[in-house]
Write a protein that binds this ligand. Sequence first.
Ligand code: ATP
Ligand code: MG
Length: 286
Amino acid sequence: MIRVEDLHKHFGGFRAVDGASLAIETGSITGLIGPNGAGKSTLFNVIAGVLEPTSGRVTMDGEDITGLPPHELFHRGLLRTFQLAHEFASMTVRENLMMVPGNQTGESLWGAWLKRGQIREEEAAIRKRADEVLDFLTIRHLTHEKAGNLSGGQKKLLELGRTMMVDAKVVFLDEVGAGVNRTLLGTIGDAITRLNRERGYTFCVIEHDMDFIGRLCDPVVVMAEGRVLAEGSADQIMQNEAVIEAYLGRGLKNKVKAEAAKENALAESHGAQPGFGDEAAAGGPL
Ligand SMILES: Nc1ncnc2c1ncn2[C@@H]1O[C@H](COP(=O)(O)OP(=O)(O)OP(=O)(O)O)[C@@H](O)[C@H]1O
Ligand SMILES: [Mg+2]
């Protein structure tokens, strides 16, 4: 389980994360939603060791992991993907996947020279794993495609695939659905569900598409102004007044209420079904 306790990340005087506390249960697909600028990506960056927190604590299975650099978290199976996918554009999809595993013998020159046989074996094993990942994600046909030519959704699938090249435990996905067409979003959702059920991945997913969140995530955590505003099932969250207010703002919310009241009044007056007599009375006798 990942536990975030009273986390702060300030940029100068600006409090992007301002005392956020939440837990991500092992085995869950936890959704993280909130208006633009709520501090979701910043929270991810702090948890994943990309940014140092100003204060607060992050633990993983009871161990303090606050401020650990990304490569150490990587070894513990904690991975994140980025709001903007960053693939190696001029390499093929398979090569992108094969880049992921660390500690390869071929990485040092001496190692390469001394252990050519071992390298070949390692490479073959990694290639096999990459091809399994491509099958799992149903993108085997893109094996030799340059990653730079992929669509936004395909790049997101590739990012997900990269997490599968190592034994990930907890994966943080930042806006998997942004700019992705419906069909591919379905494929991504299916892959997440299957990774969760079949391979025991825990996910924390930032996404603005509420259909996607509702279909996939339980619980859903709502952030606003750097803090956790609410937590619950997707249905509970969507009916939560404070959440609606955070998304719409007070002014807009009042406007929506006023519109609803107007519509109700109109519906009621129609509901009275005025008869011809009334109209005649209103118009007066000619
Ligand atoms: N490096 C930075 N320096 C200064 N301010 C920053 C920095 N990174 C983020 N912020 C600010 O912190 C706030 C939270 O940003 P963040 O990207 O975490 O929001 P978000 O919830 O991910 O929003 P979105 O849904 O638009 O992606 C924003 O007001 C942003 O401008
Ligand atoms: Mg963001």
